[in-house]
Design a protein around this ligand. Sequence first.
Ligand code: 8X3
Length: 256
Amino acid sequence: MENEYKTALVTGASSGIGRAVAKQLASAGYRLVLVARREERLQALVKEFEPKTRCHILTCDLRESEAVRCALDGLPPDFRTIDVLVNNAGLAAGTEPAQNAEWNDWEEMISTNCMGLSNITHALLPGMVERNRGHVINIGSVAGTYAYRGGNAYGATKAFVEHFARGLKADLLGTAVRVSTIAPGMVGDCEFSLVRYRGDAEKAEAVYTDLEPLDPSAIAECVAWCVSRPAHVNILHMEVMATCQAPGGLSVSKTA
Ligand code: 8X3
C-alpha cells in the first residue's frame, strides 16, 4: 500500500542537507514547513519553490520547547498535519580532543542535536500516532557509530539520535508511524565544516581537498527514497559514506 503523506516539516532547512531535502520533497509533491533560524534564507528557498510547492516558514530556535510548541500551534490549518518530520538541524563544533574542548561547544551540540531534535519530535509524535500516519526521519552521522579523534561530544550526540530512533520504533510498534535514521559520512558543499572550524574557511576547505565527499543531494535522495517506500516497509537505518571514506579501526599508544 502506498503511503498518503502530504506535508513534510524539515528542520535546518536553510542550508546543506536540510535545503537539499526540502528540494527533493518539493519535487516529490510535498507541501513544506521549513524551519530554521535564518529567515532570509528560508524566504529565498520559498521563492524558488513557489508557486508549484506550497511552503510555510517557521523561524524558531528548536532548543526552546515553548517556542517550538507556540510555532507549531500557530501553523495555518492546511500545514498543521505533519506527515513527515525530517530532523536535520544539528551541528558539530570543534575538533579538539575532549580534554581541550570548549564547554560552550559541547553545550551547543548537546542542546541542538539532542534537545532540539527531542523537542520537535515530542511535539509532533502524538499527532502522528493519533492519525496513524507519519514518518520521523533523523539525520544522524557515521560519527554516532564510529568514534574518531576529536569527535567526542559530537559523536555522542549522534549516537543519541540513532538510539532515540530505535527507541521510537519500539514504542511505535503496532502503529503505522515509521522511523528512519540516515547516517551520512563526509558531506561537502555545505556549512558543516565551516561551522565545525568556527568560520575558519581554510581549515574547513582542507578537510575536502583531494577527495570527493558526498554532496547534500546524495543524502536528500536517501530521505526521499525512505519516505516513498510502501507503507509496510520501514527503513530503520541507512549509513552512507563517500567512497573515499572508511571506518578507521582501533588505535594503540605505547606511551600511555
Ligand atoms: C559528520 C560525518 O565523517 O564528516 O557527520 O565526521 S564525518
